[in-house]
Design a protein around this ligand. Structure first.
Ligand code: HEC
Ligand code: HEC
Length: 367
Protein backbone atom coordinates (compact mmCIF):
# COMPACT_ATOMS: atom_id res chain seq x y z
CA UNK A 1 0.00 0.00 0.00
CA UNK A 2 2.81 2.39 0.92
CA UNK A 3 4.19 1.88 -2.55
CA UNK A 4 0.82 2.52 -4.11
CA UNK A 5 0.35 5.76 -2.20
CA UNK A 6 3.84 6.98 -3.02
CA UNK A 7 3.16 6.26 -6.63
CA UNK A 8 -0.07 8.22 -6.53
CA UNK A 9 1.58 11.21 -4.85
CA UNK A 10 4.50 11.07 -7.22
CA UNK A 11 2.27 10.60 -10.18
CA UNK A 12 -0.11 13.46 -9.34
CA UNK A 13 2.87 15.87 -8.88
CA UNK A 14 4.18 14.71 -12.18
CA UNK A 15 0.83 15.29 -13.85
CA UNK A 16 0.37 18.76 -12.39
CA UNK A 17 3.86 19.81 -13.52
CA UNK A 18 3.53 18.29 -16.94
CA UNK A 19 -0.14 18.89 -17.64
CA UNK A 20 0.16 21.79 -20.09
CA UNK A 21 2.34 19.81 -22.50
CA UNK A 22 0.35 16.57 -22.43
CA UNK A 23 -2.42 15.89 -24.91
CA UNK A 24 -4.61 14.44 -22.22
CA UNK A 25 -3.93 13.96 -18.53
CA UNK A 26 -3.24 10.23 -18.80
CA UNK A 27 -2.09 9.69 -22.34
CA UNK A 28 1.41 9.91 -23.78
CA UNK A 29 0.74 11.59 -27.08
CA UNK A 30 -0.99 10.18 -30.09
CA UNK A 31 -0.94 6.87 -31.88
CA UNK A 32 -0.68 6.88 -35.65
CA UNK A 33 -4.02 6.27 -37.33
CA UNK A 34 -4.63 2.63 -38.29
CA UNK A 35 -4.70 1.51 -41.94
CA UNK A 36 -7.36 3.19 -44.05
CA UNK A 37 -10.18 1.09 -45.43
CA UNK A 38 -10.61 0.68 -49.16
CA UNK A 39 -13.92 1.92 -50.62
CA UNK A 40 -15.06 -1.71 -50.88
CA UNK A 41 -14.19 -2.46 -47.23
CA UNK A 42 -16.00 0.72 -46.20
CA UNK A 43 -19.09 -0.33 -48.07
CA UNK A 44 -19.14 -3.85 -46.62
CA UNK A 45 -18.44 -2.57 -43.09
CA UNK A 46 -21.23 0.00 -43.24
CA UNK A 47 -23.64 -2.71 -44.41
CA UNK A 48 -22.43 -5.15 -41.73
CA UNK A 49 -22.96 -2.48 -39.08
CA UNK A 50 -26.56 -1.86 -40.11
CA UNK A 51 -27.30 -5.54 -40.46
CA UNK A 52 -25.74 -6.83 -37.26
CA UNK A 53 -25.36 -3.94 -34.81
CA UNK A 54 -27.95 -1.21 -35.38
CA UNK A 55 -30.70 -3.19 -33.64
CA UNK A 56 -29.17 -2.35 -30.24
CA UNK A 57 -26.47 0.27 -30.87
CA UNK A 58 -28.68 2.39 -33.17
CA UNK A 59 -28.59 3.33 -36.84
CA UNK A 60 -26.30 6.28 -36.08
CA UNK A 61 -24.12 4.41 -33.54
CA UNK A 62 -25.69 6.53 -30.82
CA UNK A 63 -26.24 3.60 -28.43
CA UNK A 64 -29.00 2.92 -25.91
CA UNK A 65 -31.57 1.82 -28.48
CA UNK A 66 -31.96 -1.60 -26.84
CA UNK A 67 -30.75 -3.01 -23.59
CA UNK A 68 -28.42 -0.11 -22.77
CA UNK A 69 -26.05 -1.05 -25.55
CA UNK A 70 -23.30 1.61 -25.27
CA UNK A 71 -22.69 4.39 -27.74
CA UNK A 72 -20.34 3.33 -30.55
CA UNK A 73 -19.28 6.85 -31.44
CA UNK A 74 -18.18 8.49 -28.17
CA UNK A 75 -14.88 10.36 -28.31
CA UNK A 76 -13.37 8.84 -25.18
CA UNK A 77 -14.10 5.27 -26.35
CA UNK A 78 -12.52 5.67 -29.76
CA UNK A 79 -9.48 7.64 -28.64
CA UNK A 80 -8.65 4.99 -26.03
CA UNK A 81 -10.16 1.74 -27.30
CA UNK A 82 -9.06 1.09 -30.90
CA UNK A 83 -8.59 -1.64 -31.83
CA UNK A 84 -8.93 -4.07 -28.94
CA UNK A 85 -11.68 -2.59 -26.77
CA UNK A 86 -13.85 -2.59 -29.91
CA UNK A 87 -12.62 -5.69 -31.71
CA UNK A 88 -12.77 -8.06 -28.76
CA UNK A 89 -16.32 -7.49 -27.55
CA UNK A 90 -17.42 -7.52 -31.20
CA UNK A 91 -15.63 -10.82 -31.86
CA UNK A 92 -16.24 -12.75 -28.64
CA UNK A 93 -19.10 -10.90 -26.96
CA UNK A 94 -19.53 -10.23 -23.28
CA UNK A 95 -20.63 -13.31 -21.45
CA UNK A 96 -23.93 -12.88 -19.61
CA UNK A 97 -24.95 -9.70 -21.48
CA UNK A 98 -26.94 -9.12 -24.68
CA UNK A 99 -23.64 -8.56 -26.47
CA UNK A 100 -22.90 -11.79 -28.36
CA UNK A 101 -19.80 -12.68 -30.37
CA UNK A 102 -19.87 -12.00 -34.12
CA UNK A 103 -16.70 -13.81 -35.19
CA UNK A 104 -17.22 -17.03 -37.17
CA UNK A 105 -14.80 -18.87 -34.87
CA UNK A 106 -17.34 -18.71 -32.02
CA UNK A 107 -20.38 -19.26 -34.23
CA UNK A 108 -20.96 -15.69 -35.40
CA UNK A 109 -21.53 -14.42 -38.97
CA UNK A 110 -18.34 -12.39 -39.65
CA UNK A 111 -14.85 -13.39 -40.76
CA UNK A 112 -11.75 -12.16 -38.93
CA UNK A 113 -11.06 -9.62 -41.71
CA UNK A 114 -14.61 -8.31 -41.50
CA UNK A 115 -14.39 -7.78 -37.73
CA UNK A 116 -11.13 -5.83 -38.13
CA UNK A 117 -12.63 -3.76 -40.95
CA UNK A 118 -15.74 -2.99 -38.92
CA UNK A 119 -13.52 -1.89 -36.01
CA UNK A 120 -11.65 0.53 -38.25
CA UNK A 121 -14.89 1.66 -39.91
CA UNK A 122 -16.31 2.58 -36.50
CA UNK A 123 -13.07 4.41 -35.75
CA UNK A 124 -13.17 6.36 -39.01
CA UNK A 125 -16.82 7.24 -38.45
CA UNK A 126 -16.05 8.52 -34.93
CA UNK A 127 -13.66 11.10 -36.40
CA UNK A 128 -11.38 11.14 -33.35
CA UNK A 129 -7.63 10.62 -33.02
CA UNK A 130 -6.17 7.71 -31.10
CA UNK A 131 -4.21 8.59 -27.98
CA UNK A 132 -1.38 6.52 -26.63
CA UNK A 133 -1.95 4.85 -23.26
CA UNK A 134 0.30 2.68 -21.20
CA UNK A 135 -0.81 -0.86 -20.41
CA UNK A 136 0.53 -0.62 -16.85
CA UNK A 137 -1.66 -1.21 -13.85
CA UNK A 138 -3.28 1.80 -12.19
CA UNK A 139 -2.47 1.53 -8.49
CA UNK A 140 -4.80 2.67 -5.77
CA UNK A 141 -6.48 1.98 -2.47
CA UNK A 142 -9.02 -0.73 -3.26
CA UNK A 143 -11.05 -0.30 -0.05
CA UNK A 144 -11.37 3.41 -0.53
CA UNK A 145 -12.19 2.72 -4.20
CA UNK A 146 -15.02 0.46 -3.18
CA UNK A 147 -16.66 3.12 -1.05
CA UNK A 148 -16.33 5.66 -3.89
CA UNK A 149 -17.86 3.07 -6.22
CA UNK A 150 -20.85 2.37 -3.99
CA UNK A 151 -21.57 6.08 -3.54
CA UNK A 152 -20.95 7.37 -7.05
CA UNK A 153 -21.37 4.49 -9.46
CA UNK A 154 -23.57 1.70 -8.13
CA UNK A 155 -26.90 3.39 -8.95
CA UNK A 156 -26.24 2.81 -12.66
CA UNK A 157 -23.59 0.09 -12.72
CA UNK A 158 -25.08 -2.04 -9.91
CA UNK A 159 -24.02 -2.74 -6.33
CA UNK A 160 -22.10 -5.79 -7.58
CA UNK A 161 -21.02 -4.25 -10.88
CA UNK A 162 -23.75 -6.23 -12.61
CA UNK A 163 -25.03 -3.27 -14.63
CA UNK A 164 -28.46 -1.73 -14.04
CA UNK A 165 -28.86 0.98 -16.66
CA UNK A 166 -25.21 0.84 -17.72
CA UNK A 167 -22.60 -1.74 -18.76
CA UNK A 168 -21.68 -4.43 -16.26
CA UNK A 169 -18.30 -3.25 -14.90
CA UNK A 170 -17.79 -6.51 -13.01
CA UNK A 171 -18.07 -8.47 -16.26
CA UNK A 172 -15.18 -10.92 -16.51
CA UNK A 173 -14.91 -10.74 -20.28
CA UNK A 174 -14.76 -6.94 -20.19
CA UNK A 175 -12.19 -6.88 -17.38
CA UNK A 176 -10.06 -9.45 -19.16
CA UNK A 177 -9.92 -7.32 -22.30
CA UNK A 178 -9.85 -3.73 -21.09
CA UNK A 179 -6.70 -2.18 -19.66
CA UNK A 180 -6.65 -0.09 -16.48
CA UNK A 181 -5.79 3.05 -18.44
CA UNK A 182 -8.76 2.44 -20.72
CA UNK A 183 -11.07 2.16 -17.71
CA UNK A 184 -9.57 5.22 -16.03
CA UNK A 185 -9.92 7.27 -19.18
CA UNK A 186 -13.64 6.40 -19.35
CA UNK A 187 -14.09 7.50 -15.73
CA UNK A 188 -12.16 10.73 -16.24
CA UNK A 189 -13.72 11.78 -19.50
CA UNK A 190 -17.09 10.03 -19.37
CA UNK A 191 -18.75 8.85 -22.58
CA UNK A 192 -19.93 11.84 -24.59
CA UNK A 193 -23.68 12.18 -25.16
CA UNK A 194 -24.52 9.31 -22.81
CA UNK A 195 -25.52 9.20 -19.11
CA UNK A 196 -21.85 8.46 -18.26
CA UNK A 197 -20.55 11.87 -17.16
CA UNK A 198 -16.89 12.86 -16.82
CA UNK A 199 -15.68 12.40 -13.25
CA UNK A 200 -12.43 14.36 -13.59
CA UNK A 201 -14.04 17.42 -12.00
CA UNK A 202 -16.15 15.49 -9.51
CA UNK A 203 -13.58 13.14 -7.95
CA UNK A 204 -9.95 13.67 -6.99
CA UNK A 205 -7.29 12.10 -9.23
CA UNK A 206 -6.48 9.74 -6.35
CA UNK A 207 -10.09 8.61 -6.00
CA UNK A 208 -10.33 7.95 -9.72
CA UNK A 209 -7.26 5.71 -9.35
CA UNK A 210 -8.78 4.09 -6.27
CA UNK A 211 -12.02 3.23 -8.03
CA UNK A 212 -10.09 1.97 -11.08
CA UNK A 213 -8.01 -0.29 -8.83
CA UNK A 214 -11.19 -1.48 -7.14
CA UNK A 215 -12.75 -2.44 -10.49
CA UNK A 216 -9.58 -4.25 -11.52
CA UNK A 217 -9.61 -6.21 -8.26
CA UNK A 218 -12.83 -7.82 -9.48
CA UNK A 219 -11.13 -9.54 -12.42
CA UNK A 220 -10.56 -13.13 -11.38
CA UNK A 221 -8.52 -14.63 -14.16
CA UNK A 222 -11.18 -15.10 -16.83
CA UNK A 223 -9.74 -17.01 -19.75
CA UNK A 224 -11.03 -17.59 -23.23
CA UNK A 225 -12.28 -21.12 -23.51
CA UNK A 226 -11.59 -23.20 -26.52
CA UNK A 227 -14.92 -23.23 -28.31
CA UNK A 228 -16.27 -26.48 -29.68
CA UNK A 229 -19.11 -25.61 -32.02
CA UNK A 230 -22.28 -27.68 -31.84
CA UNK A 231 -23.96 -28.88 -35.00
CA UNK A 232 -26.85 -26.67 -36.04
CA UNK A 233 -30.26 -28.38 -36.15
CA UNK A 234 -31.54 -29.33 -39.61
CA UNK A 235 -35.11 -28.50 -40.76
CA UNK A 236 -36.41 -31.99 -39.92
CA UNK A 237 -35.46 -31.26 -36.28
CA UNK A 238 -37.17 -27.87 -36.06
CA UNK A 239 -40.39 -28.99 -34.38
CA UNK A 240 -40.19 -29.69 -30.66
CA UNK A 241 -42.48 -32.59 -29.67
CA UNK A 242 -43.77 -33.21 -33.22
CA UNK A 243 -46.33 -35.72 -31.88
CA UNK A 244 -47.62 -33.43 -29.12
CA UNK A 245 -50.81 -31.34 -29.02
CA UNK A 246 -50.79 -27.67 -29.94
CA UNK A 247 -50.24 -25.34 -26.99
CA UNK A 248 -52.96 -22.85 -26.27
CA UNK A 249 -51.21 -19.67 -25.20
CA UNK A 250 -53.03 -16.54 -24.10
CA UNK A 251 -50.85 -13.82 -25.57
CA UNK A 252 -50.44 -10.46 -23.86
CA UNK A 253 -50.91 -7.61 -26.34
CA UNK A 254 -51.48 -10.28 -28.97
CA UNK A 255 -47.72 -10.91 -28.96
CA UNK A 256 -46.16 -12.11 -25.70
CA UNK A 257 -46.03 -15.43 -23.87
CA UNK A 258 -44.68 -15.62 -20.32
CA UNK A 259 -41.82 -17.88 -19.27
CA UNK A 260 -44.10 -19.80 -16.91
CA UNK A 261 -46.62 -20.54 -19.71
CA UNK A 262 -43.85 -21.58 -22.09
CA UNK A 263 -42.29 -23.80 -19.45
CA UNK A 264 -45.68 -25.42 -18.71
CA UNK A 265 -46.08 -26.14 -22.43
CA UNK A 266 -42.58 -27.65 -22.57
CA UNK A 267 -43.32 -29.87 -19.58
CA UNK A 268 -46.66 -30.94 -21.17
CA UNK A 269 -44.72 -31.80 -24.36
CA UNK A 270 -46.64 -29.45 -26.63
CA UNK A 271 -45.80 -29.16 -30.30
CA UNK A 272 -43.84 -25.93 -30.98
CA UNK A 273 -41.00 -24.30 -32.86
CA UNK A 274 -38.61 -22.21 -30.77
CA UNK A 275 -36.57 -19.57 -32.55
CA UNK A 276 -33.43 -18.23 -30.89
CA UNK A 277 -33.14 -14.87 -32.65
CA UNK A 278 -29.77 -13.86 -31.18
CA UNK A 279 -26.43 -14.09 -32.92
CA UNK A 280 -25.77 -17.88 -33.09
CA UNK A 281 -22.57 -17.69 -31.01
CA UNK A 282 -24.72 -17.19 -27.91
CA UNK A 283 -27.04 -20.05 -28.94
CA UNK A 284 -23.81 -22.08 -28.90
CA UNK A 285 -23.14 -20.97 -25.30
CA UNK A 286 -26.61 -21.66 -23.88
CA UNK A 287 -30.12 -21.93 -25.30
CA UNK A 288 -33.59 -23.19 -24.48
CA UNK A 289 -33.78 -26.90 -25.33
CA UNK A 290 -35.00 -27.58 -28.84
CA UNK A 291 -34.59 -24.00 -30.06
CA UNK A 292 -33.02 -23.30 -33.42
CA UNK A 293 -30.68 -20.42 -34.26
CA UNK A 294 -32.71 -17.95 -36.31
CA UNK A 295 -30.73 -14.67 -36.06
CA UNK A 296 -32.54 -11.32 -36.32
CA UNK A 297 -30.41 -10.42 -39.35
CA UNK A 298 -31.12 -13.64 -41.29
CA UNK A 299 -32.39 -13.31 -44.83
CA UNK A 300 -35.99 -14.47 -44.47
CA UNK A 301 -36.22 -15.32 -48.15
CA UNK A 302 -33.79 -18.14 -47.42
CA UNK A 303 -34.85 -19.23 -43.94
CA UNK A 304 -38.63 -18.92 -43.91
CA UNK A 305 -39.31 -21.86 -46.23
CA UNK A 306 -38.26 -24.30 -43.52
CA UNK A 307 -40.77 -23.00 -40.97
CA UNK A 308 -44.22 -24.58 -40.65
CA UNK A 309 -47.25 -22.25 -40.69
CA UNK A 310 -49.52 -24.56 -38.69
CA UNK A 311 -47.26 -24.94 -35.64
CA UNK A 312 -46.97 -22.42 -32.82
CA UNK A 313 -43.71 -20.49 -33.20
CA UNK A 314 -42.12 -18.76 -30.22
CA UNK A 315 -39.18 -16.43 -30.72
CA UNK A 316 -36.85 -15.24 -27.98
CA UNK A 317 -33.71 -13.16 -27.55
CA UNK A 318 -31.88 -11.58 -24.62
CA UNK A 319 -32.34 -7.89 -25.21
CA UNK A 320 -34.95 -8.85 -23.79
CA UNK A 321 -37.39 -8.71 -26.74
CA UNK A 322 -36.08 -6.38 -29.45
CA UNK A 323 -34.58 -9.00 -31.77
CA UNK A 324 -37.46 -11.46 -31.28
CA UNK A 325 -40.05 -8.69 -31.81
CA UNK A 326 -38.45 -7.71 -35.11
CA UNK A 327 -38.38 -11.33 -36.34
CA UNK A 328 -41.99 -12.02 -35.35
CA UNK A 329 -43.22 -8.83 -37.01
CA UNK A 330 -41.50 -9.89 -40.22
CA UNK A 331 -42.91 -13.42 -39.98
CA UNK A 332 -46.42 -12.11 -39.40
CA UNK A 333 -46.09 -9.92 -42.48
CA UNK A 334 -45.45 -13.16 -44.37
CA UNK A 335 -48.55 -14.85 -43.04
CA UNK A 336 -47.16 -16.66 -39.99
CA UNK A 337 -50.04 -15.96 -37.62
CA UNK A 338 -49.11 -18.56 -34.96
CA UNK A 339 -46.19 -16.56 -33.67
CA UNK A 340 -45.28 -15.15 -30.27
CA UNK A 341 -42.38 -13.61 -28.36
CA UNK A 342 -41.07 -14.78 -24.98
CA UNK A 343 -41.75 -11.81 -22.69
CA UNK A 344 -38.86 -12.12 -20.25
CA UNK A 345 -36.23 -13.09 -22.83
CA UNK A 346 -33.79 -15.90 -22.24
CA UNK A 347 -31.98 -14.23 -19.31
CA UNK A 348 -35.34 -13.64 -17.61
CA UNK A 349 -36.20 -17.28 -18.30
CA UNK A 350 -32.95 -18.39 -16.66
CA UNK A 351 -33.38 -16.00 -13.74
CA UNK A 352 -36.77 -17.58 -13.05
CA UNK A 353 -34.99 -20.92 -12.77
CA UNK A 354 -36.05 -22.52 -16.06
CA UNK A 355 -33.50 -24.74 -17.77
CA UNK A 356 -31.16 -24.11 -20.69
CA UNK A 357 -28.79 -26.39 -22.56
CA UNK A 358 -25.18 -25.33 -22.15
CA UNK A 359 -22.17 -25.90 -24.31
CA UNK A 360 -19.52 -28.37 -23.26
CA UNK A 361 -16.71 -26.30 -21.88
CA UNK A 362 -13.18 -27.35 -22.61
CA UNK A 363 -10.26 -25.51 -21.10
CA UNK A 364 -7.25 -24.02 -22.86
CA UNK A 365 -5.53 -27.36 -22.69
CA UNK A 366 -7.73 -28.51 -25.55
CA UNK A 367 -9.13 -32.02 -25.98
C1 HEC B 1 -25.98 8.04 -14.29
C2 HEC B 1 -25.55 6.68 -14.50
C3 HEC B 1 -24.06 6.40 -14.33
C4 HEC B 1 -23.25 6.66 -13.23
C5 HEC B 1 -23.62 7.31 -11.91
C6 HEC B 1 -21.93 6.15 -13.59
N1 HEC B 1 -21.95 5.61 -14.85
FE1 HEC B 1 -20.38 4.72 -15.81
N2 HEC B 1 -21.54 4.47 -17.46
C7 HEC B 1 -22.89 4.75 -17.54
C8 HEC B 1 -23.35 4.42 -18.87
C9 HEC B 1 -24.77 4.57 -19.38
C10 HEC B 1 -22.22 3.95 -19.58
C11 HEC B 1 -22.18 3.52 -21.05
C12 HEC B 1 -22.04 4.77 -21.87
C13 HEC B 1 -21.94 4.54 -23.35
O1 HEC B 1 -20.80 4.37 -23.84
O2 HEC B 1 -22.98 4.53 -24.00
C14 HEC B 1 -21.10 3.98 -18.66
C15 HEC B 1 -19.81 3.58 -18.98
C16 HEC B 1 -18.79 3.43 -18.06
C17 HEC B 1 -17.49 2.87 -18.34
C18 HEC B 1 -17.02 2.38 -19.69
C19 HEC B 1 -17.27 0.92 -19.82
C20 HEC B 1 -16.75 0.35 -21.11
O3 HEC B 1 -16.55 -0.87 -21.20
O4 HEC B 1 -16.57 1.08 -22.09
C21 HEC B 1 -16.78 2.86 -17.18
C22 HEC B 1 -15.39 2.34 -16.95
C23 HEC B 1 -17.64 3.45 -16.18
N3 HEC B 1 -18.84 3.79 -16.75
C24 HEC B 1 -17.27 3.62 -14.85
C25 HEC B 1 -18.02 4.35 -13.92
C26 HEC B 1 -17.56 4.66 -12.61
C27 HEC B 1 -16.27 4.18 -11.98
C28 HEC B 1 -18.55 5.41 -12.04
C29 HEC B 1 -18.53 6.06 -10.67
C30 HEC B 1 -17.39 6.89 -10.38
C31 HEC B 1 -19.63 5.54 -13.00
N4 HEC B 1 -19.28 4.89 -14.13
C32 HEC B 1 -20.83 6.21 -12.76
C33 HEC B 1 -23.69 5.27 -16.54
C34 HEC B 1 -23.24 5.73 -15.32
C1 HEC C 1 -28.74 -7.59 -28.97
C2 HEC C 1 -28.16 -6.28 -28.74
C3 HEC C 1 -26.78 -6.02 -29.31
C4 HEC C 1 -26.34 -6.21 -30.61
C5 HEC C 1 -27.14 -6.70 -31.79
C6 HEC C 1 -24.94 -5.80 -30.61
N1 HEC C 1 -24.58 -5.36 -29.37
FE1 HEC C 1 -22.74 -4.62 -28.87
N2 HEC C 1 -23.35 -4.44 -26.92
C7 HEC C 1 -24.62 -4.72 -26.46
C8 HEC C 1 -24.65 -4.52 -25.01
C9 HEC C 1 -25.85 -4.72 -24.11
C10 HEC C 1 -23.34 -4.12 -24.63
C11 HEC C 1 -22.84 -3.82 -23.22
C12 HEC C 1 -22.59 -5.10 -22.49
C13 HEC C 1 -22.06 -4.89 -21.09
O1 HEC C 1 -22.85 -4.77 -20.17
O2 HEC C 1 -20.83 -4.89 -20.94
C14 HEC C 1 -22.56 -4.08 -25.86
C15 HEC C 1 -21.21 -3.71 -25.91
C16 HEC C 1 -20.49 -3.55 -27.07
C17 HEC C 1 -19.14 -3.03 -27.14
C18 HEC C 1 -18.32 -2.54 -25.97
C19 HEC C 1 -18.46 -1.04 -25.90
C20 HEC C 1 -17.87 -0.41 -24.69
O3 HEC C 1 -18.22 0.74 -24.42
O4 HEC C 1 -17.07 -1.03 -23.99
C21 HEC C 1 -18.79 -2.99 -28.46
C22 HEC C 1 -17.49 -2.50 -29.04
C23 HEC C 1 -19.91 -3.51 -29.21
N3 HEC C 1 -20.93 -3.85 -28.35
C24 HEC C 1 -19.93 -3.64 -30.58
C25 HEC C 1 -20.96 -4.24 -31.30
C26 HEC C 1 -20.91 -4.47 -32.71
C27 HEC C 1 -19.79 -4.03 -33.62
C28 HEC C 1 -22.07 -5.12 -33.05
C29 HEC C 1 -22.46 -5.66 -34.40
C30 HEC C 1 -21.51 -6.55 -35.02
C31 HEC C 1 -22.86 -5.27 -31.82
N4 HEC C 1 -22.14 -4.73 -30.79
C32 HEC C 1 -24.14 -5.84 -31.74
C33 HEC C 1 -25.70 -5.14 -27.21
C34 HEC C 1 -25.67 -5.49 -28.54
Amino acid sequence: MARALTTIVFFSCFISLMAPTLVSANSNGKLPPPRKLTPQQTKVSAANYQRYCSLCHGKDRQGHVNDHAPSLRSKSLFESGVPHAILRPMSYGREGTAMGGYLDEVGGPMTLDETWDLTYWLYEMSGVERLKFSTKAVLGDIKRGESVYQKQCSSCHGVKGEGVTAPALGNQSALAHNTDEFIRHAIRKGRQDTPMVAFEDKLSAADIDNVTAFLRSKASGWKMEKVVLQKLPTPDQYIVNPKGKHPNFKLTDGMYVSSSDLNAAMVAKRKMVLLDTRVPSVWQTAHIAGSIPFPYYADLDETVKDLPKDVQIIAYCSCPRAAADSVVRKLRARGFANTAVLWEGVFGWQNLGYPVVRRDVRGDTGE
